[in-house]
Design a protein around this ligand. Structure first.
Ligand SMILES: Cc1cc2nc3c(=O)[nH]c(=O)nc-3n(C[C@H](O)[C@H](O)[C@H](O)COP(=O)(O)OP(=O)(O)OC[C@H]3O[C@@H](n4cnc5c(N)ncnc54)[C@H](O)[C@@H]3O)c2cc1C
Length: 444
């Protein structure tokens, strides 16, 4: 059984890992466009500062990534975020600590008394009767009110998805919250009942010593497969149940092909064999986001916490600032400090595409305006993602239903990436493991 996996991000690597685990005899070739693997999981070491270009880590409250880490022998690399980083901030009119307890919520200046009463009134809001999808904004306004949505959900969705509440599907991006309303009649009712049922620790942010790239390297080395880097696959054709890949002037034949590429790349690859599938893939939108790493040899700010996210109403050019060296202590050399500033997203897409020089200026200004940092960084690093994170629009799940039905017409062809059923690392790993199981069931 010859299998081609196209794309060497976490989705492609995980798919390869589990196919090999279940079927060691599988002959797998992985093709990656860039010179190194990892995709959105990439660490850059600039003078000892470790800047993540994309993902910082994953939450421990889902088992998927942790299992992969253990099974691939990378457990020694695991690094828990420091306890300091449990404190988070929101910048609205000023910097405010995110309330973590009911008492802190009562005291927070992030909401007016009326806004807080409206949140408490959620318990009386009747559950939505139909299953139609809606935006996070419409869900939030309906259940917890405008103030809470604008002050809490808006920065949160910018931080996780680089999106904004009016542009993202609540059913696709926050299925657990929708389930609370559907199963228990409301969020408070659901949380109270669930707490009684499965009280346990919440998730802790985990990462890897030396940054996420150290895990990618170890995972890659654990794979007994052929890996071809610097190879961009442009299209796919099919003859007699075999898929043909055209690589560097040669044609290679495979029984199974997994596209672990972003949807806008997969769309080009399948165009020849199924123009309709290609159109469906083209319909998946991506948000641009830029990441600016700032390294300071000396910084007076203590960075006691995880970092901050801004609200849209704050009208700042930055979506947030992550206090990286406080979250994971090895992200800056001893006694030095590192920040990462997020710019763009659906809130201000054009800002993400500014020049590197302008992005650095925006980041420095953002750190000054939100945190009062006057010092200039000694080191900086800019990573621009023109199409960084898939933005699941309203109706995304229905579209995916149709897309995967269509895909089912092509025996041996699979899709496995963050474009479909979740963008977090846990989702990518969990969904790729499912794809690997499906391949083993279908094809062996
Ligand atoms: C700025 C940022 C911050 C993030 N932070 C977090 C976080 O803290 N926690 C978290 O859980 N998630 C985070 N994410 C999301 C998470 O990192 C991604 O969803 C995940 O890494 C995507 O993995 P993937 O393998 O599906 O796709 P990708 O990482 O995009 O991998 C796709 C691969 O395919 C390759 N490729 C593309 N076209 C071709 C072609 N034609 N031929 C061959 N190869 C091709 C690409 O080069 C790439 O290596 C973040 C994302 C971004 C952008």
């Amino acid at each position: 059984m010859k299998i081609a996996i196209i794309g060497g991000g976490i989705s492609g690597l995980t798919t390869a890992f589990y196919i090999k685990k279940y079927r060691p005899e599988a002959e797998i070739t992985l093709f990656e466009k860039e010179s190194s693997l990892g995709g959105k999981m990439m660490t850059k070491n600039i003078d000892g500062f470790l800047f993540e270009e994309g993902s910082n880590g994953f939450l421990s409250n889902k088992p998927d990534t942790l299992e992969l880490v253990k099974e691939s022998g990378a457990e020694d690399l695991l690094m828990r975020s420091s306890d300091n980083a449990r404190v988070r901030f929101i910048y609205k009119d000023a910097l405010h600590q995110l309330p973590e307890s009911p008492l802190a919520f009562l005291k927070t200046p992030l909401l007016s008394t009326l806004g807080k009463l409206r949140v408490a009134g959620e318990i009386f809001v009747p559950a939505k009767k139909d299953d139609y999808d809606e935006t996070l904004q419409s869900f939030g306004y309906r259940r917890v009110g405008k103030e809470m949505t604008d002050a809490f959900l808006d920065p949160m969705v910018a931080g996780i998805f680089a999106s904004s509440p009016d542009k993202i599907s609540v059913n696709s991006a926050f299925p657990a919250v929708v389930k609370l309303e559907k199963e228990y009649g409301g969020l408070f009712k659901g949380m109270l009942k669930k707490k009684k049922k499965d009280a346990g620790p919440g998730g802790v942010l985990m990462s890897f010593k030396g940054g996420v790239s150290s895990f990618i390297d170890l995972l890659t080395n654990s794979l007994k497969i052929e890996i071809k880097t610097d190879v961009s696959i442009e299209n796919l054709s099919k003859i007699n149940q075999k898929y043909l890949l055209h690589v560097e002037g040669k044609t290679e034949e495979f029984d199974t092909v997994v596209l672990s590429t972003p949807a806008y790349e997969s769309k080009e690859i399948v165009k020849q064999i199924d123009p309709q599938l290609s159109e469906m893939l083209d319909d998946i939108e991506y948000s641009p986001i830029s990441v600016v790493g700032l390294g300071y040899n000396e910084l007076s700010h203590k960075l006691q916490g995880f970092g901050l996210l801004t609200t849209s109403s704050a009208k700042k050019d930055v979506l947030g600032v992550l206090w990286d060296s406080s979250i994971f202590t090895d992200r800056a050399p001893k006694n030095k400090k590192a920040l990462r500033v997020m710019i763009g997203g659906q809130r201000s897409p054009s800002l993400a595409l500014k020049s590197e020089k302008e992005l650095k200026e925006i980041a420095i200004k953002g750190a000054k305006e939100t945190m009062g940092i006057d010092e200039l960084p000694d080191v900086s690093y800019v990573k621009k993602w023109e199409r960084g994170i898939p933005n699941y629009r309203v109706g995304h799940l229905e579209k995916m239903d149709k897309l995967f039905k269509r895909l089912g017409e092509h025996k041996g062809l699979y899709l496995s990436s963050n474009a479909y059923f979740g963008v977090g690392l846990n989702d990518c790993v969990g969904n790729s493991k499912k794809v690997a199981k499906k391949i083993v069931n279908d094809m062996f």
